[in-house]
Design a protein around this ligand. Structure first.
Ligand code: ARG
Length: 584
Protein backbone atom coordinates (compact mmCIF):
# COMPACT_ATOMS: atom_id res chain seq x y z
CA UNK A 1 0.00 0.00 0.00
CA UNK A 2 3.05 2.22 0.29
CA UNK A 3 2.83 3.22 -3.37
CA UNK A 4 -0.74 4.40 -2.83
CA UNK A 5 0.31 6.36 0.22
CA UNK A 6 2.92 8.08 -1.92
CA UNK A 7 0.30 8.79 -4.59
CA UNK A 8 -2.14 10.19 -2.03
CA UNK A 9 0.57 12.43 -0.58
CA UNK A 10 1.44 13.72 -4.03
CA UNK A 11 -2.20 14.34 -4.79
CA UNK A 12 -2.53 16.32 -1.56
CA UNK A 13 0.69 18.26 -2.14
CA UNK A 14 -0.41 19.29 -5.62
CA UNK A 15 -3.82 20.38 -4.39
CA UNK A 16 -2.28 22.27 -1.46
CA UNK A 17 0.36 23.83 -3.67
CA UNK A 18 3.03 23.02 -1.08
CA UNK A 19 5.04 19.99 0.02
CA UNK A 20 3.26 17.19 1.84
CA UNK A 21 4.92 13.91 2.83
CA UNK A 22 3.67 10.38 3.32
CA UNK A 23 4.56 10.60 7.01
CA UNK A 24 1.99 13.35 7.48
CA UNK A 25 -0.84 11.07 6.37
CA UNK A 26 -2.76 9.32 9.08
CA UNK A 27 -4.39 5.91 8.96
CA UNK A 28 -8.10 5.92 9.91
CA UNK A 29 -8.90 3.82 12.98
CA UNK A 30 -11.98 2.52 11.27
CA UNK A 31 -10.84 0.96 8.04
CA UNK A 32 -14.24 1.39 6.43
CA UNK A 33 -13.60 5.15 6.45
CA UNK A 34 -10.64 4.87 4.13
CA UNK A 35 -7.04 3.75 3.75
CA UNK A 36 -5.37 7.09 4.42
CA UNK A 37 -6.50 10.36 5.86
CA UNK A 38 -5.48 13.97 5.66
CA UNK A 39 -6.16 15.69 9.00
CA UNK A 40 -7.33 19.26 8.44
CA UNK A 41 -6.58 20.76 11.86
CA UNK A 42 -3.44 22.60 10.89
CA UNK A 43 -4.99 24.06 7.76
CA UNK A 44 -8.11 25.05 9.72
CA UNK A 45 -5.98 26.95 12.20
CA UNK A 46 -4.17 28.78 9.43
CA UNK A 47 -7.41 29.70 7.68
CA UNK A 48 -9.34 30.29 10.91
CA UNK A 49 -12.20 28.04 9.89
CA UNK A 50 -13.75 24.95 11.45
CA UNK A 51 -11.86 21.76 10.50
CA UNK A 52 -14.93 19.88 9.09
CA UNK A 53 -15.67 22.82 6.82
CA UNK A 54 -12.09 22.88 5.58
CA UNK A 55 -12.20 19.12 5.04
CA UNK A 56 -15.33 19.43 2.93
CA UNK A 57 -13.88 22.23 0.79
CA UNK A 58 -10.55 20.51 0.37
CA UNK A 59 -12.16 17.23 -0.61
CA UNK A 60 -14.17 18.88 -3.38
CA UNK A 61 -11.10 20.74 -4.56
CA UNK A 62 -9.25 17.44 -4.93
CA UNK A 63 -12.24 15.76 -6.57
CA UNK A 64 -12.52 18.43 -9.21
CA UNK A 65 -8.81 18.38 -10.04
CA UNK A 66 -7.69 16.38 -13.04
CA UNK A 67 -4.79 14.82 -11.18
CA UNK A 68 -3.26 11.68 -12.64
CA UNK A 69 -3.59 9.80 -9.34
CA UNK A 70 -7.21 10.71 -8.75
CA UNK A 71 -8.39 7.54 -10.46
CA UNK A 72 -6.71 5.40 -7.76
CA UNK A 73 -8.94 6.76 -4.99
CA UNK A 74 -12.35 7.71 -3.85
CA UNK A 75 -11.98 10.90 -1.87
CA UNK A 76 -14.46 11.99 0.79
CA UNK A 77 -14.51 14.18 3.86
CA UNK A 78 -15.49 12.66 7.20
CA UNK A 79 -15.54 15.21 10.01
CA UNK A 80 -12.18 16.98 10.16
CA UNK A 81 -10.50 14.49 7.79
CA UNK A 82 -10.26 14.05 4.05
CA UNK A 83 -10.22 10.30 3.55
CA UNK A 84 -8.67 8.43 0.67
CA UNK A 85 -9.87 4.97 -0.22
CA UNK A 86 -7.92 3.01 -2.78
CA UNK A 87 -10.41 1.75 -5.36
CA UNK A 88 -11.05 -1.93 -5.75
CA UNK A 89 -9.66 -1.96 -9.26
CA UNK A 90 -6.48 -0.08 -8.40
CA UNK A 91 -5.74 -2.29 -5.38
CA UNK A 92 -6.48 -5.60 -7.05
CA UNK A 93 -4.50 -4.75 -10.17
CA UNK A 94 -1.60 -3.39 -8.21
CA UNK A 95 -1.13 -6.30 -5.82
CA UNK A 96 -2.44 -9.57 -7.17
CA UNK A 97 -0.25 -9.73 -10.30
CA UNK A 98 2.86 -9.00 -8.27
CA UNK A 99 2.08 -11.43 -5.49
CA UNK A 100 1.33 -14.21 -7.92
CA UNK A 101 4.39 -13.64 -10.03
CA UNK A 102 7.17 -16.23 -9.84
CA UNK A 103 7.21 -19.54 -8.06
CA UNK A 104 6.49 -20.69 -4.51
CA UNK A 105 6.28 -17.73 -2.18
CA UNK A 106 7.13 -15.26 -4.90
CA UNK A 107 9.02 -12.09 -4.22
CA UNK A 108 6.35 -9.57 -3.34
CA UNK A 109 7.85 -6.49 -1.68
CA UNK A 110 11.37 -7.60 -2.49
CA UNK A 111 13.73 -4.72 -3.22
CA UNK A 112 16.92 -4.81 -5.22
CA UNK A 113 19.72 -6.48 -3.23
CA UNK A 114 22.02 -3.95 -1.62
CA UNK A 115 19.95 -1.01 -2.86
CA UNK A 116 19.42 0.24 0.69
CA UNK A 117 22.95 0.00 1.96
CA UNK A 118 25.04 -2.16 4.22
CA UNK A 119 23.74 -3.33 7.55
CA UNK A 120 25.99 -5.03 10.06
CA UNK A 121 23.84 -7.00 12.43
CA UNK A 122 25.26 -8.68 15.48
CA UNK A 123 23.08 -11.13 17.36
CA UNK A 124 22.88 -14.28 19.48
CA UNK A 125 26.49 -14.23 20.79
CA UNK A 126 26.28 -16.88 23.53
CA UNK A 127 29.14 -17.63 25.92
CA UNK A 128 31.06 -20.81 25.19
CA UNK A 129 31.27 -22.17 28.71
CA UNK A 130 27.52 -22.38 29.19
CA UNK A 131 24.67 -24.17 27.42
CA UNK A 132 22.46 -22.07 25.16
CA UNK A 133 20.20 -20.28 27.62
CA UNK A 134 16.58 -19.59 26.64
CA UNK A 135 17.41 -15.99 27.39
CA UNK A 136 19.72 -15.93 24.37
CA UNK A 137 16.76 -16.79 22.16
CA UNK A 138 15.59 -13.19 22.46
CA UNK A 139 18.43 -11.75 20.44
CA UNK A 140 18.80 -14.85 18.33
CA UNK A 141 15.22 -14.98 17.08
CA UNK A 142 15.01 -11.22 16.59
CA UNK A 143 18.36 -10.96 14.84
CA UNK A 144 17.50 -13.77 12.45
CA UNK A 145 14.10 -12.23 11.65
CA UNK A 146 15.57 -8.75 11.13
CA UNK A 147 18.30 -10.12 8.91
CA UNK A 148 15.79 -11.90 6.67
CA UNK A 149 13.46 -8.90 6.57
CA UNK A 150 16.46 -6.70 5.80
CA UNK A 151 17.56 -8.81 2.87
CA UNK A 152 14.00 -8.82 1.49
CA UNK A 153 13.87 -5.04 1.69
CA UNK A 154 17.14 -4.47 -0.11
CA UNK A 155 19.75 -4.28 2.65
CA UNK A 156 23.09 -5.94 2.32
CA UNK A 157 23.09 -7.65 5.70
CA UNK A 158 26.19 -9.02 7.43
CA UNK A 159 25.33 -11.38 10.28
CA UNK A 160 27.90 -11.63 13.02
CA UNK A 161 27.98 -13.88 16.06
CA UNK A 162 30.13 -12.24 18.75
CA UNK A 163 30.72 -15.39 20.79
CA UNK A 164 31.82 -14.91 24.38
CA UNK A 165 35.11 -16.81 24.20
CA UNK A 166 37.71 -14.47 25.69
CA UNK A 167 38.45 -13.09 29.11
CA UNK A 168 39.78 -14.27 32.45
CA UNK A 169 37.07 -16.90 32.85
CA UNK A 170 38.27 -18.63 29.69
CA UNK A 171 41.75 -18.67 31.15
CA UNK A 172 40.16 -20.53 34.07
CA UNK A 173 38.37 -22.87 31.72
CA UNK A 174 41.54 -23.70 29.83
CA UNK A 175 43.40 -24.41 33.09
CA UNK A 176 40.52 -26.58 34.26
CA UNK A 177 40.54 -28.42 30.95
CA UNK A 178 44.18 -29.28 31.51
CA UNK A 179 43.70 -30.26 35.18
CA UNK A 180 40.66 -32.50 34.72
CA UNK A 181 41.21 -33.79 31.21
CA UNK A 182 41.28 -37.38 32.43
CA UNK A 183 37.95 -37.10 34.20
CA UNK A 184 36.14 -35.99 31.06
CA UNK A 185 34.37 -38.23 28.56
CA UNK A 186 35.95 -38.86 25.16
CA UNK A 187 33.55 -36.48 23.45
CA UNK A 188 32.94 -33.73 25.95
CA UNK A 189 29.90 -31.50 25.69
CA UNK A 190 29.08 -28.06 27.09
CA UNK A 191 27.71 -29.54 30.35
CA UNK A 192 31.11 -31.19 30.81
CA UNK A 193 32.72 -27.78 30.42
CA UNK A 194 30.33 -26.44 33.02
CA UNK A 195 31.27 -29.29 35.36
CA UNK A 196 35.01 -28.69 35.17
CA UNK A 197 34.44 -24.97 35.59
CA UNK A 198 32.44 -25.62 38.77
CA UNK A 199 35.02 -28.11 39.99
CA UNK A 200 37.78 -25.59 39.40
CA UNK A 201 35.97 -23.11 41.63
CA UNK A 202 35.54 -25.72 44.34
CA UNK A 203 39.24 -26.57 44.25
CA UNK A 204 40.07 -22.92 44.27
CA UNK A 205 38.78 -22.69 47.80
CA UNK A 206 41.34 -25.26 48.91
CA UNK A 207 44.14 -23.91 46.74
CA UNK A 208 44.04 -20.15 46.21
CA UNK A 209 47.10 -20.27 43.92
CA UNK A 210 44.77 -21.58 41.22
CA UNK A 211 43.36 -18.08 40.91
CA UNK A 212 46.77 -16.70 39.95
CA UNK A 213 47.35 -19.61 37.62
CA UNK A 214 44.13 -18.78 35.80
CA UNK A 215 44.93 -15.10 35.59
CA UNK A 216 48.37 -15.93 34.25
CA UNK A 217 46.78 -18.39 31.82
CA UNK A 218 44.70 -15.63 30.29
CA UNK A 219 47.73 -13.36 30.00
CA UNK A 220 49.49 -16.24 28.25
CA UNK A 221 46.47 -16.73 26.03
CA UNK A 222 46.59 -13.10 25.01
CA UNK A 223 50.24 -13.61 24.15
CA UNK A 224 49.39 -16.57 21.91
CA UNK A 225 51.22 -19.08 24.09
CA UNK A 226 50.78 -22.44 22.25
CA UNK A 227 49.88 -24.88 25.04
CA UNK A 228 47.16 -22.79 26.65
CA UNK A 229 45.89 -21.74 23.23
CA UNK A 230 45.44 -25.38 22.21
CA UNK A 231 43.50 -26.12 25.40
CA UNK A 232 41.29 -23.09 24.89
CA UNK A 233 40.65 -24.01 21.25
CA UNK A 234 39.39 -27.39 22.38
CA UNK A 235 36.79 -25.72 24.54
CA UNK A 236 35.66 -23.39 21.74
CA UNK A 237 35.21 -26.31 19.36
CA UNK A 238 33.15 -28.28 21.86
CA UNK A 239 30.81 -25.34 22.35
CA UNK A 240 30.59 -24.36 18.71
CA UNK A 241 29.55 -27.86 17.73
CA UNK A 242 26.54 -27.59 20.01
CA UNK A 243 25.68 -24.03 19.07
CA UNK A 244 25.72 -24.74 15.36
CA UNK A 245 23.37 -27.68 15.93
CA UNK A 246 21.01 -25.32 17.76
CA UNK A 247 21.17 -22.77 14.94
CA UNK A 248 20.49 -25.49 12.41
CA UNK A 249 17.44 -26.55 14.36
CA UNK A 250 16.21 -22.96 14.23
CA UNK A 251 17.28 -22.56 10.58
CA UNK A 252 19.68 -19.72 11.32
CA UNK A 253 23.01 -19.04 9.68
CA UNK A 254 25.75 -16.51 10.33
CA UNK A 255 28.17 -14.93 7.91
CA UNK A 256 30.85 -14.74 10.57
CA UNK A 257 31.52 -16.40 13.89
CA UNK A 258 33.82 -13.69 15.11
CA UNK A 259 33.98 -14.22 18.84
CA UNK A 260 35.68 -11.81 21.19
CA UNK A 261 38.96 -13.68 20.66
CA UNK A 262 38.90 -12.76 16.98
CA UNK A 263 40.03 -9.25 17.84
CA UNK A 264 42.80 -10.20 20.26
CA UNK A 265 45.71 -8.96 18.17
CA UNK A 266 44.06 -5.60 17.61
CA UNK A 267 43.82 -4.78 21.31
CA UNK A 268 47.35 -3.66 22.14
CA UNK A 269 47.60 -1.31 19.12
CA UNK A 270 44.16 0.06 19.99
CA UNK A 271 45.14 0.82 23.59
CA UNK A 272 48.32 2.42 22.29
CA UNK A 273 46.33 4.58 19.88
CA UNK A 274 44.08 5.73 22.71
CA UNK A 275 47.15 6.62 24.73
CA UNK A 276 48.56 8.56 21.77
CA UNK A 277 45.27 10.38 21.39
CA UNK A 278 45.55 11.23 25.09
CA UNK A 279 42.14 9.77 25.73
CA UNK A 280 43.25 7.14 28.24
CA UNK A 281 43.61 8.11 31.86
CA UNK A 282 45.28 6.01 34.53
CA UNK A 283 43.07 5.19 37.46
CA UNK A 284 44.24 2.94 40.30
CA UNK A 285 46.61 1.12 37.97
CA UNK A 286 43.96 0.55 35.31
CA UNK A 287 43.40 2.56 32.13
CA UNK A 288 40.08 4.23 31.56
CA UNK A 289 38.37 6.71 29.21
CA UNK A 290 35.94 9.19 30.79
CA UNK A 291 32.79 9.23 28.64
CA UNK A 292 29.34 10.74 28.21
CA UNK A 293 26.16 9.32 26.71
CA UNK A 294 24.71 10.61 23.43
CA UNK A 295 22.94 13.45 25.22
CA UNK A 296 26.25 14.57 26.68
CA UNK A 297 25.54 13.41 30.23
CA UNK A 298 28.46 12.00 32.15
CA UNK A 299 28.35 8.24 32.71
CA UNK A 300 30.82 5.91 34.50
CA UNK A 301 34.14 5.72 32.64
CA UNK A 302 34.94 2.93 30.20
CA UNK A 303 37.71 0.68 31.58
CA UNK A 304 39.93 -0.61 28.79
CA UNK A 305 42.94 -2.19 30.44
CA UNK A 306 43.21 -3.90 33.79
CA UNK A 307 46.06 -3.59 36.26
CA UNK A 308 47.69 -6.78 34.98
CA UNK A 309 47.60 -5.51 31.39
CA UNK A 310 44.79 -7.86 30.41
CA UNK A 311 42.13 -6.57 28.03
CA UNK A 312 38.48 -6.49 28.99
CA UNK A 313 35.09 -6.91 27.38
CA UNK A 314 34.82 -3.25 26.36
CA UNK A 315 38.28 -3.21 24.76
CA UNK A 316 37.23 -6.07 22.55
CA UNK A 317 33.97 -4.40 21.62
CA UNK A 318 35.78 -1.25 20.70
CA UNK A 319 38.21 -3.15 18.49
CA UNK A 320 35.31 -5.08 16.96
CA UNK A 321 33.36 -1.95 16.06
CA UNK A 322 36.36 -0.34 14.39
CA UNK A 323 37.27 -3.55 12.58
CA UNK A 324 33.74 -3.97 11.27
CA UNK A 325 33.60 -0.43 10.03
CA UNK A 326 36.98 -0.75 8.30
CA UNK A 327 35.84 -3.92 6.66
CA UNK A 328 32.22 -3.18 5.75
CA UNK A 329 31.80 0.60 5.83
CA UNK A 330 28.34 -0.13 7.17
CA UNK A 331 25.43 2.30 6.95
CA UNK A 332 23.93 0.89 10.11
CA UNK A 333 25.31 -1.37 12.83
CA UNK A 334 22.97 -3.04 15.27
CA UNK A 335 23.80 -5.00 18.41
CA UNK A 336 20.95 -7.08 19.74
CA UNK A 337 21.95 -7.71 23.33
CA UNK A 338 20.29 -7.92 26.75
CA UNK A 339 19.21 -4.68 28.37
CA UNK A 340 21.57 -5.19 31.30
CA UNK A 341 24.37 -4.21 28.90
CA UNK A 342 22.91 -0.82 28.14
CA UNK A 343 25.61 1.05 30.03
CA UNK A 344 28.34 -1.03 28.40
CA UNK A 345 27.23 0.02 24.92
CA UNK A 346 26.83 3.64 25.95
CA UNK A 347 30.43 3.52 27.15
CA UNK A 348 31.73 1.89 23.99
CA UNK A 349 29.82 4.34 21.80
CA UNK A 350 31.13 7.16 23.99
CA UNK A 351 34.74 6.13 23.37
CA UNK A 352 34.13 5.80 19.62
CA UNK A 353 32.75 9.33 19.62
CA UNK A 354 35.78 10.62 21.50
CA UNK A 355 38.02 8.93 18.98
CA UNK A 356 36.31 11.00 16.32
CA UNK A 357 34.46 8.26 14.48
CA UNK A 358 31.51 9.93 12.77
CA UNK A 359 29.91 6.57 12.07
CA UNK A 360 29.27 6.05 15.77
CA UNK A 361 25.93 7.77 15.04
CA UNK A 362 24.68 4.78 13.07
CA UNK A 363 25.50 2.26 15.83
CA UNK A 364 22.60 1.13 17.98
CA UNK A 365 22.01 -1.25 20.84
CA UNK A 366 18.65 -3.00 20.62
CA UNK A 367 18.06 -4.08 24.21
CA UNK A 368 16.22 -7.30 24.96
CA UNK A 369 14.34 -8.39 28.05
CA UNK A 370 14.35 -11.68 29.93
CA UNK A 371 12.21 -14.77 30.22
CA UNK A 372 9.78 -15.34 33.05
CA UNK A 373 8.17 -18.72 33.51
CA UNK A 374 4.69 -19.31 34.78
CA UNK A 375 5.48 -22.93 35.41
CA UNK A 376 7.35 -23.16 38.73
CA UNK A 377 9.09 -26.30 37.56
CA UNK A 378 10.94 -24.35 34.88
CA UNK A 379 11.83 -21.33 36.94
CA UNK A 380 13.32 -23.26 39.81
CA UNK A 381 15.43 -25.53 37.67
CA UNK A 382 19.01 -26.06 38.78
CA UNK A 383 20.84 -22.79 39.13
CA UNK A 384 17.87 -20.95 37.68
CA UNK A 385 19.28 -21.87 34.31
CA UNK A 386 16.73 -22.74 31.67
CA UNK A 387 18.19 -23.96 28.41
CA UNK A 388 16.63 -23.39 25.01
CA UNK A 389 16.68 -27.14 24.44
CA UNK A 390 14.66 -27.84 27.56
CA UNK A 391 12.03 -25.28 26.56
CA UNK A 392 11.81 -26.71 23.04
CA UNK A 393 11.46 -30.24 24.43
CA UNK A 394 8.59 -29.20 26.70
CA UNK A 395 6.94 -27.41 23.81
CA UNK A 396 7.41 -30.44 21.61
CA UNK A 397 5.86 -32.82 24.12
CA UNK A 398 2.88 -30.51 24.43
CA UNK A 399 2.54 -30.13 20.65
CA UNK A 400 2.60 -33.89 20.27
CA UNK A 401 -0.25 -34.28 22.74
CA UNK A 402 -2.32 -31.67 20.93
CA UNK A 403 -1.57 -33.06 17.49
CA UNK A 404 -2.36 -36.62 18.48
CA UNK A 405 -5.64 -35.54 20.05
CA UNK A 406 -6.63 -33.82 16.81
CA UNK A 407 -5.52 -36.45 14.35
CA UNK A 408 -5.59 -39.90 15.89
CA UNK A 409 -9.11 -40.66 14.63
CA UNK A 410 -8.04 -39.91 11.10
CA UNK A 411 -4.58 -41.36 11.31
CA UNK A 412 -4.90 -43.28 8.04
CA UNK A 413 -4.86 -39.94 6.23
CA UNK A 414 -1.22 -39.44 7.15
CA UNK A 415 0.12 -42.72 5.80
CA UNK A 416 1.76 -41.06 2.80
CA UNK A 417 4.03 -39.09 5.17
CA UNK A 418 7.64 -40.30 5.30
CA UNK A 419 7.55 -42.55 8.35
CA UNK A 420 3.75 -42.81 8.23
CA UNK A 421 1.61 -41.40 11.03
CA UNK A 422 4.46 -41.49 13.56
CA UNK A 423 6.69 -39.64 11.12
CA UNK A 424 3.98 -37.03 10.70
CA UNK A 425 3.68 -36.55 14.45
CA UNK A 426 7.43 -36.33 14.97
CA UNK A 427 8.13 -33.88 12.16
CA UNK A 428 5.09 -31.72 12.75
CA UNK A 429 5.48 -31.48 16.51
CA UNK A 430 9.03 -30.22 15.99
CA UNK A 431 7.77 -27.57 13.55
CA UNK A 432 4.91 -26.57 15.86
CA UNK A 433 7.18 -26.36 18.91
CA UNK A 434 9.71 -24.13 17.17
CA UNK A 435 6.99 -22.04 15.57
CA UNK A 436 5.26 -21.60 18.92
CA UNK A 437 8.34 -20.64 20.93
CA UNK A 438 9.89 -18.39 18.27
CA UNK A 439 6.62 -16.62 17.44
CA UNK A 440 5.85 -16.01 21.09
CA UNK A 441 9.28 -14.54 21.66
CA UNK A 442 9.11 -12.32 18.58
CA UNK A 443 5.61 -11.08 19.24
CA UNK A 444 6.73 -9.74 22.63
CA UNK A 445 8.26 -6.29 22.41
CA UNK A 446 12.05 -6.87 22.54
CA UNK A 447 12.54 -4.60 25.54
CA UNK A 448 9.83 -6.34 27.60
CA UNK A 449 10.22 -9.67 29.36
CA UNK A 450 8.69 -12.73 27.76
CA UNK A 451 6.00 -14.24 29.99
CA UNK A 452 6.17 -17.90 29.17
CA UNK A 453 3.10 -20.00 29.80
CA UNK A 454 3.54 -23.24 27.90
CA UNK A 455 -0.17 -23.94 27.43
CA UNK A 456 -0.80 -20.55 25.95
CA UNK A 457 2.32 -20.48 23.79
CA UNK A 458 1.61 -23.82 22.13
CA UNK A 459 -2.15 -23.33 21.85
CA UNK A 460 -3.65 -23.57 18.37
CA UNK A 461 -5.98 -20.72 19.21
CA UNK A 462 -5.24 -17.11 20.04
CA UNK A 463 -2.44 -15.09 18.56
CA UNK A 464 0.15 -17.85 18.48
CA UNK A 465 2.65 -19.45 16.13
CA UNK A 466 0.56 -22.62 15.75
CA UNK A 467 -2.49 -20.48 14.88
CA UNK A 468 -0.51 -18.95 12.00
CA UNK A 469 0.74 -22.33 10.90
CA UNK A 470 -2.81 -23.58 10.95
CA UNK A 471 -4.07 -20.66 8.85
CA UNK A 472 -1.27 -21.27 6.37
CA UNK A 473 -2.16 -24.94 6.14
CA UNK A 474 -5.80 -24.06 5.61
CA UNK A 475 -4.83 -22.16 2.46
CA UNK A 476 -2.76 -25.11 1.36
CA UNK A 477 -5.54 -27.58 1.88
CA UNK A 478 -8.12 -25.46 0.04
CA UNK A 479 -5.77 -25.36 -2.93
CA UNK A 480 -5.07 -29.06 -2.59
CA UNK A 481 -8.77 -29.94 -2.44
CA UNK A 482 -9.55 -27.72 -5.43
CA UNK A 483 -7.21 -30.02 -7.28
CA UNK A 484 -6.04 -27.40 -9.68
CA UNK A 485 -3.53 -24.62 -9.80
CA UNK A 486 -4.43 -21.13 -8.84
CA UNK A 487 -2.83 -19.93 -12.04
CA UNK A 488 -2.84 -16.24 -12.39
CA UNK A 489 -5.37 -14.97 -14.87
CA UNK A 490 -5.58 -11.16 -14.88
CA UNK A 491 -8.94 -11.25 -16.66
CA UNK A 492 -10.50 -12.82 -13.58
CA UNK A 493 -9.52 -10.03 -11.18
CA UNK A 494 -12.72 -8.22 -12.19
CA UNK A 495 -14.72 -11.06 -10.63
CA UNK A 496 -13.48 -10.21 -7.16
CA UNK A 497 -16.11 -7.74 -6.08
CA UNK A 498 -16.93 -8.74 -2.51
CA UNK A 499 -15.82 -6.26 0.21
CA UNK A 500 -14.15 -9.06 2.19
CA UNK A 501 -11.99 -9.79 -0.83
CA UNK A 502 -10.94 -6.18 -1.14
CA UNK A 503 -10.12 -5.93 2.57
CA UNK A 504 -7.92 -9.01 2.30
CA UNK A 505 -6.09 -7.75 -0.79
CA UNK A 506 -5.40 -4.39 0.78
CA UNK A 507 -4.13 -6.11 3.87
CA UNK A 508 -1.76 -8.25 1.78
CA UNK A 509 -0.59 -5.09 0.05
CA UNK A 510 0.67 -3.76 3.40
CA UNK A 511 3.38 -6.43 3.59
CA UNK A 512 6.25 -4.17 2.49
CA UNK A 513 5.15 -1.37 4.79
CA UNK A 514 5.15 -3.71 7.77
CA UNK A 515 8.54 -5.11 6.87
CA UNK A 516 9.94 -1.59 6.78
CA UNK A 517 8.41 -0.77 10.14
CA UNK A 518 9.85 -3.99 11.52
CA UNK A 519 13.26 -2.86 10.29
CA UNK A 520 13.00 0.75 11.40
CA UNK A 521 11.91 -0.07 14.92
CA UNK A 522 13.93 -3.31 15.12
CA UNK A 523 10.80 -5.04 16.36
CA UNK A 524 9.48 -8.22 14.80
CA UNK A 525 6.22 -7.79 16.70
CA UNK A 526 5.14 -5.54 13.79
CA UNK A 527 5.38 -8.43 11.38
CA UNK A 528 3.81 -10.89 13.86
CA UNK A 529 0.76 -8.65 14.24
CA UNK A 530 0.51 -8.17 10.50
CA UNK A 531 0.43 -11.92 9.87
CA UNK A 532 -2.21 -12.40 12.54
CA UNK A 533 -4.28 -9.67 10.84
CA UNK A 534 -3.84 -11.38 7.48
CA UNK A 535 -5.10 -14.67 8.90
CA UNK A 536 -8.07 -12.91 10.47
CA UNK A 537 -8.95 -11.17 7.22
CA UNK A 538 -8.52 -14.45 5.42
CA UNK A 539 -10.87 -16.14 7.89
CA UNK A 540 -13.43 -13.43 7.29
CA UNK A 541 -13.12 -13.76 3.50
CA UNK A 542 -13.44 -17.54 3.77
CA UNK A 543 -16.62 -17.33 5.83
CA UNK A 544 -18.19 -14.65 3.63
CA UNK A 545 -17.19 -15.91 0.20
CA UNK A 546 -17.77 -19.41 -1.05
CA UNK A 547 -14.52 -20.40 -2.65
CA UNK A 548 -15.66 -23.67 -4.16
CA UNK A 549 -18.99 -22.52 -5.65
CA UNK A 550 -20.73 -23.46 -8.91
CA UNK A 551 -19.29 -20.61 -10.93
CA UNK A 552 -15.94 -21.92 -12.22
CA UNK A 553 -14.61 -18.46 -13.03
CA UNK A 554 -15.43 -17.05 -9.63
CA UNK A 555 -13.89 -20.14 -8.05
CA UNK A 556 -10.68 -19.59 -10.02
CA UNK A 557 -10.62 -15.93 -9.10
CA UNK A 558 -11.06 -16.76 -5.41
CA UNK A 559 -8.42 -19.46 -5.55
CA UNK A 560 -6.03 -16.77 -6.75
CA UNK A 561 -6.78 -14.93 -3.56
CA UNK A 562 -6.19 -18.05 -1.47
CA UNK A 563 -2.86 -18.59 -3.19
CA UNK A 564 -1.92 -14.92 -2.66
CA UNK A 565 -2.66 -15.25 1.04
CA UNK A 566 -0.64 -18.45 1.26
CA UNK A 567 2.30 -16.73 -0.38
CA UNK A 568 2.36 -13.66 1.83
CA UNK A 569 1.86 -15.75 4.95
CA UNK A 570 4.55 -18.14 3.78
CA UNK A 571 7.01 -15.34 3.13
CA UNK A 572 6.25 -13.69 6.44
CA UNK A 573 6.63 -16.93 8.37
CA UNK A 574 9.90 -17.66 6.61
CA UNK A 575 11.19 -14.25 7.63
CA UNK A 576 10.12 -14.77 11.25
CA UNK A 577 11.61 -18.25 11.40
CA UNK A 578 8.26 -19.95 11.98
CA UNK A 579 8.35 -23.31 10.14
CA UNK A 580 5.61 -24.14 7.65
CA UNK A 581 4.38 -27.67 8.12
CA UNK A 582 2.33 -29.12 5.28
CA UNK A 583 -0.39 -30.57 7.50
CA UNK A 584 -1.51 -30.24 11.08
N1 ARG B 1 28.37 -12.88 25.13
C1 ARG B 1 27.60 -11.82 25.69
C2 ARG B 1 26.60 -12.39 26.68
O1 ARG B 1 26.21 -13.52 26.55
C3 ARG B 1 26.86 -11.04 24.66
C4 ARG B 1 27.73 -10.35 23.66
C5 ARG B 1 27.08 -9.13 23.16
N2 ARG B 1 27.78 -8.48 22.11
C6 ARG B 1 28.75 -7.60 22.24
N3 ARG B 1 29.25 -7.06 21.17
N4 ARG B 1 29.21 -7.28 23.43
O2 ARG B 1 26.15 -11.70 27.57
Amino acid sequence: MQRFAIQAAELIADSLGKPFTVEELSIPQDRTHGDFAFPCFKMAKELRKAPPEIAKDFASKIQSSAHKYLSSFTVASVGPFVNFTVTREAAMNAFLPQILEGADCGSFGKLKPGSRGKWTLEFSSPNIAKPFNIYHLRGTALGAALSRAGVHRGFDVVKINHLGDWGTQYGKLAVAFKLYKNEMPANPTIPDLVNIYVKFHQDLEKDPTLEDQARQAFVNLENNEPEITALWKNCVEIALKEFTATYKRLDIEFDHYWGESFYKDLLKPLVQKLKDQKLLVESEGAWIVPVTDREGREIPPCILEKKDGASIYATRDLAAAIYRHDKFKFDRMTYIVGQEQKLHFQQVFGVLRKMGFEWEKVCEHVATGLYRFKDAKMSTRKGNFVTLDSVLEEAKTKSKELLIARTQDTRTQYQDFPGGYDGFIEETSEAVAIGAVVFHDLSTDPARDVEFDLDRVVSFEGETGPYLQYAYIRCLSILRKAGRDADFNPALIARLTHPAELTLVKQLGLFGTHLDRTLNFAKASQLCNFLIDVSKDFGHFYRECHVMGDDPELTSARLMLVESTRRIMGLGMKILGVPRPSRM
